[in-house]
Design a protein around this ligand. Structure first.
Ligand code: UDP
Length: 510
């Protein structure tokens, strides 16, 4: 008799885990989390980005890319509370739309109203998501996750070097007085700060409740996701993990997900400039010869300092690509000055007005230096493309990111500021055209030191690329992160079998 074939009981393939991602509505926070959503979706996980309508409209290009690539990435819109409730001007849904200091606290308070619609959305799912990844500033998500029994990771935007300084300074109650210099305790390298440059967010009077809620949300999270890579700051990643006492997933540089021009141009999707930076750069013969100047999405320079930057670039004699915000051209006088400047420098400079395709610029072979405000995204994007930096920190974590670039990594020339400035350019920092010209020349002129800086930057760029490739540290950490939630998702195959919609509008009432 014929032997019976053994019945093979092949288990069904595990369903992909579902990550719900809640960014802070600020370009420097949302952009990396959108990259993270793409990274997860590309690796088969389902990713849902939760944003408000005005912010969703900035993501249409990204949503289009996801849809065309058939990625399991969706965008869910939650309504932003109306002005009558928030006291904010109508339409303000992003930090970069806040133009009055008095509106920051109401803005961060208003975000808490998203808890109820987020819970409605989560309840509307056939089964709970595998994990919530929320910006550390969105501390209200911790209650939502607890009530829904959903694991939660917080996304911390800055370098681990900064985050470790912050934890250590807080643990030791570091309170330097004005004029004093202090060594941050517990750091594996010597880090000196002043009252003005010490780590810590939300330090101003009135922000105590928000500060405490954010710290508590970090304490109670199941782990952290950071945009960095082990090859860049290995000791700080591991010390941060130890200090935090929970897993730290170093998955960056996230920006390297964007591999082609469409992807790079979709970032931030605020491309208001009609100047073609790409064509201009293509026409530059010499590699690494252009200095790129951009101070991120928030900092605005008053005319006096805008002019010093311009004159400094002119005096440096180097080819430059300078990004000027529309909100910096505040009067006919500034407009006139800009026109004259553009005419004078047209043979070797390009001024981009508005939002620039920063990633496309930094990855261009012609760009060899970057004058940056040391926002962590900008800094890491430069490093990931092997571009050394002139460091001009403005506020928040930027002073410690500068220390990392200059003292630890050896890829930066400091412009020499020691005091923070406020967002809207009410700055009293004596940066002159001489400082700009000196720092730019030091960065671009080469010489032994310059060559060494460039060599190191390129080496880190190469390490960054390898970290994100199969077998690299960030790639494999992402695999582990996804795998750790896959088991749990096996029980929720029903949910995964439904194709995600690309936009969902959740009503305000729960
Ligand atoms: N960015 C851009 N074009 C601009 C200005 C900024 O693409 O003209 C992007 C930049 O690439 C980075 C982010 O906006 O990803 C800014 O984040 P960062 O942490 O550097 O600074 P922030 O804006 O938070 O101060």
């Amino acid at each position: 008799p014929m032997e019976e074939e053994p019945v093979s009981a092949t288990p069904p393939p595990p369903s992909p885990p579902h990550f719900v991602i809640v960014p802070l509505p600020a370009q420097g926070h949302t952009i990396p989390m959108v990259d993270l959503a793409f990274l997860l979706a590309e690796r088969g996980a389902r990713a849902t980005l939760v944003v408000t309508p005005a912010n969703a409209s900035r993501l249409r290009a990204a949503a289009g890319l996801a849809a065309r690539a058939n990625l399991p990435l969706e965008i869910v819109e939650l309504p932003f509370p109306p002005p009558a409730e928030t006291g904010l001007p109508a339409g303000v849904e992003n930090v970069d739309q806040v133009t009055d200091y008095a509106h920051f606290l109401p803005f961060f308070t208003a975000l808490r109203s998203l808890a109820s619609p987020l819970e409605s959305y989560l309840r509307s799912l056939p089964s709970p998501p595998s994990c919530l990844i929320s910006d550390w500033c969105q501390s209200w998500t911790s209650d939502v996750a607890t009530r829904g029994g959903i694991p939660r990771l917080f996304f911390h935007g800055p370098s681990c070097f900064y985050s470790l300084c912050d934890l250590n300074a807080a643990a030791h109650g570091l309170q330097p007085q004005h004029g004093e210099r202090f060594i941050v305790p517990g750091m594996p390298v010597r880090v000196e700060v002043t009252k003005e440059t010490r780590p810590g967010f939300f330090k101003e009077p009135g922000w105590e409740a928000i500060h405490e809620a954010s710290m508590e949300a970090m304490r109670t999270a199941d782990g952290a996701v950071v945009n960095t890579f082990v090859g860049l700051e290995s000791q700080f990643v591991s010390c941060y993990e130890t200090a935090l006492g929970k897993p730290v997933w170093a998955l960056g540089p996230f920006s390297l997900y964007n591999r082609d021009a469409d992807m790079m141009a979709s970032r931030g999707n605020d491309n208001t400039s009609d100047v073609d930076a790409q064509t201009w750069l293509d026409e530059i013969d010499e590699d690494d010869s252009v200095i790129y100047v951009n101070f991120g999405s928030l900092a605005r320079k008053p005319p006096k300092y805008l002019f010093e930057v311009g004159h400094g670039l002119e005096d440096s004699g180097k080819p430059f690509l300078w990004v000027v915000k529309e909100s910096e051209v505040i009067s006919p006088e500034v407009e006139q000055w800009m026109s004259a400047f553009v005419l004078r420098t047209a043979t070797r400079g390009l001024v981009v007005r508005g939002w620039a395709p920063q990633l496309a610029i930094l990855s261009h072979r012609a760009v060899g230096g970057f004058v940056t405000h040391c926002g962590w995204n900008s800094m890491l994007e430069a490093i990931a493309h092997g571009v050394p930096v002139v460091t001009w920190p403005h506020f928040a974590d930027q002073f410690l990111n500068e220390r990392l670039a200059v003292d630890v990594l050896g890829v930066g020339v400091p412009i020499g500021v020691t005091m923070p400035v406020m967002l809207f350019g009410d700055e009293a920092v004596p940066v002159t055209r001489g400082d700009v010209a000196r720092a730019v020349s030091a960065l671009m002129d080469g010489g032994e030191e310059g060559e060494e800086r460039r060599r190191k930057a390129k080496e880190y760029g190469e390490k960054a690329r390898r970290a994100m490739e199969k077998g690299g540290s960030s790639y494999e950490s992402l695999t582990q992160l996804i795998d750790s939630f896959t088991l749990q998702a096996m029980e929720t195959t029903e949910q995964a079998s439904q194709p995600p919609p690309h936009f969902v509008l959740v009503p305000l009432a729960a």
